[in-house]
Design a protein around this ligand. Sequence first.
Ligand code: U2P
Length: 290
Amino acid sequence: MPKIFGSRFILAAFAATLAAGAASAQYRQMPDIGPRDDYSNERDQRWPWPSERFNPQEQRNIAGQFDYYSLVLSWSPTYCSDASEEDAQQCARRDGRRYSFILHGLWPQYERGWPQNCRLPRRPFVPQPVIDGMLDIMPSQKLVIHEYRKHGTCSGLNPEAYFSTSRALLSSIRIPKAFVNPFETQFYSPGEIIGLFIDVNPTLRQSMIAVSCGGAGNRLREVRICFTRDGKPRDCGGNENQRKMCSADRVLVPPARSTARDSDGPAAAPGANRTQPLPRPRVIESLRGS
Ligand code: U2P
């Protein structure tokens, strides 16, 4: 099964992303808080556990101060079975396209808990070309803007760098065949879903992946994959406690059943045709023919 890009590309993309982010940041990047052992003053001694020392209330929600990233893939058929009419852009496309996994977001996380809506000198603004450039893997404009405001602002990256980092990490992951446009309902345990991801991503370990489920029949909601701040797979933190995210033994995976063909979509770049900004689901396309 082909990978979207090789690992060398991903490292290069990361380096370019970080360099671009540093050079063109619209706001000053917040420095890291520094090695944890540096905490020596009295106030810091009140937090005996490293993750809590790193994360006292008054230091929450500061751009760039976090421990790791969680790449969150959402199983669109489950979302769409809950969603209202408002999400027609993702869930009721007239061209027959139905998404399987989509990118929900890239979340900066503390070891326990997470920052959100981080304060910036200026109100966060995602330029339209950046939004358009993400619509192949995040199916609605609303989602792109929401994810940047809530999570991207905490990455310390500007919108361009945050979304190109998101894309590079998503591109480093292969999606198991069972989740590429399935036509039938499937049932797996959370461990089996994690195992399927490891089968096609041998650099991942069980501790780096978590599955969430919920609703009627314990439907698959998300798969999260954890990365270091510089984009290497790592063990997840306390937020991805598997028992809390899905304690069911059996997870129902509703089918996607996309009937769209590649030839239905314009060859132009995403967003070039504003009437059809989602020419094709990238995750599916990248695995087609494998
Ligand atoms: O779980 C409900 C919503 O809380 C946000 N969340 C959850 C877990 C976590 O580690 N980080 C986090 O931000 C998500 O909000 P959203 O990005 O969807 O608005 C999640 O959906």
